[in-house]
Design a protein around this ligand. Structure first.
Ligand code: UDP
Length: 198
């Protein structure tokens, strides 16, 4: 299946199940990998923001969060491939959470307000009793604290990091500080912590 490329950003031509299988494989390897999802609005920002473009172009996996991106690949042959599916961040997070709960992988939550991220921890622990939550941190720390935040994630011995700080902040943060966190998989999930906090 050919991979379409938007403004230098290849968007993976995978189904949700194939995406989750890829993440499960990565979680059995030592390297740091990061994933982002893109919608039409993000792809317009990428055209104007070189830093964001680089953060997405160097991500290990980028999927289409919205049907408009999928449809664009059906109608615009110059993009280079027709996407078979939309693979949104909440679905990937849910699948990875279930996998982690079954395989003893430790998760860390970074983003949203302190109140929201604390509520998300409680809700996830109820929904996935066997899930190990290594720690959580709100997304309103100063830029200068980023290395300390990454070090805290490393000390917590987290395997998987979910970041909900909105785009492009979460993608830029992961590109720069993700490798210092010691996790093997990181995913930007936008506003999903606010929904999970219910
Ligand atoms: N957020 C954060 N730190 C910031 C800005 C935003 O943690 O400096 C959080 C915010 O609380 C929300 C999430 O990022 O939970 C997503 O924000 P928004 O809806 O603005 O981003 P989008 O989903 O549109 O990318």
């Amino acid at each position: 299946r050919p991979t379409p490329v938007f403004a230098g950003v290849p968007v993976a031509n995978l189904t949700l199940d194939e995406t989750l299988a890829q993440v499960a494989t990565w979680l059995q390897e030592p390297d740091f990998r990061r994933m982002a999802v893109v919608n039409a609005a993000i792809l317009l920002d990428v055209e104007r923001d070189a830093g964001f473009q680089t953060a997405l172009a160097t991500a290990d996996l980028v999927t289409a969060d919205g049907m408009s991106v999928v449809w664009a690949t059906w109608w615009l042959p110059f993009l280079g491939g027709r996407l078979v599916a939309r693979v949104a961040a909440p679905e990937v997070m849910e699948g990875v959470l279930a996998w982690c709960a079954h395989h003893g992988q430790r998760i860390y939550l970074l983003g949203a307000t302190g109140e929201v991220v604390t509520a998300v921890c409680e809700r996830l622990q109820q929904r996935f009793p066997t899930l190990s939550i290594a720690g959580a941190q709100d997304g309103y720390f100063p830029e200068a604290a980023s290395s300390a935040v990454a070090a805290a994630i490393r000390s917590a011995r987290a395997d998987v990091l979910f970041v909900a700080m909105g785009s492009p902040k979460q993608e830029l943060w992961l590109a720069r500080y993700g490798p210092q966190t010691g996790v093997r998989f990181a995913l930007g999930v936008g506003g999903y912590f606010d929904i999970l906090a219910g």
